[in-house]
Design a protein around this ligand. Sequence first.
Ligand SMILES: [Zn+2]
Length: 403
Amino acid sequence: MFKRIIKYSNKHFSLFKNLSSITDRRLKPRIDTIKIVTAVICMQLSNLGSLNSLFQALASGKYPSVSTIARVADSMDLDDIRAVGTSIYKKARKQKMLKSYCGRWIGIIDGHEVITSEYCKCSHCKKRKLKDKDGRIKYQYYHSFTAFILAGPDFSFTLDIEPILPGEGEITSACRLIERVCKNYPKAFEVVIGDGLYLKGNIFKLLESHHKKAIAVLKEERRQLFEEANNLSLMVEPKTYKQGKTSYRVWDHEIEDCWDGYGKKVRVIVSEETTTKRSHVCDKVGWEEKTEIVNWMWVTNLFEDFSGDLKNTVKVCHVRWQIENKCFNETVNTWNADHIYRHSKNAIIAFLLLLFTCVNIFNIFHARNIKDRTIKSRVFLIEKIKTEFLAIKRPLPLIPVPI
Ligand SMILES: [Zn+2]
């Protein structure tokens, strides 16, 4: 399976030809950057989880050492790696390998942390004060980044990430990321969704300047918009419908003059979602039904509905969870995305960008190339790739590395 995914990556995305354009800032390199990048891609596609596992798998000798890979990652050109991602995206979109969500191309943005440790730190680490159970103060060091993904019905596609530097907030990093994504992927998406943090006038205006619409969660009760939407909801009847086990009561308001930061009319969607779940009664025989009510509010400058139906708009507003579930949780739990391969500002982002390149290709490969019904889950497919990689005595010569 390892050989098959390598072959697939080259056939459809010219992966290793594109990777050969990645450079680094070494003055007199003895080993070409492509050889280092190839070793990293093999490690991540096979989900080995650490550079040491890679070195053990590669039977030493002609291959770059752990310290060389780590050192080169410190100065690898991040924009070169991003260009590989852009090329893969263009080919995937042209070959209709990606699917839109509810008829529209939707971007999602959010921040994520990579925890280092109490002791391991660098000059670009962010830190926070924690108290242990005995009341002693200790510091936790971490790096964080914002990520931008494209939502899809089956899988998401990560477009880019941007570090959140010490002393700056998520929104500052998000603005840089949005600017770059709009430049590198101008037609990839029409709408961008973020959590409550992204309900900022500058974010809405920035996206508007690139002809994109924005959706953000509204959860601050003190905001004038929140109060106004609640007042309006008392005056009009909601639209009601049922989807699966959840009943929806949805209000759709257009509100003007309640958000000074943006200064224009916005739409506030309020959704009250009631789900009845059946569960075992604790310590007794039998079942009980539990009803859970969740209230959601979103603000948007998109006034038309997705595919002409408010139901679809609510569904799209909820798709923000893809960045938590499919991007962060899945890559952390399945692909070791939180592992620090090399602790430096550049290397952390370089390894993550290369990982997301692998995960994007893997998701397309899994969805389109795997017809074998015995492969039921992605985890099983990853294991098959890893097993084959470990069984090949000299895996790197299999890869057509352009010199
Ligand atoms: Zn650090």
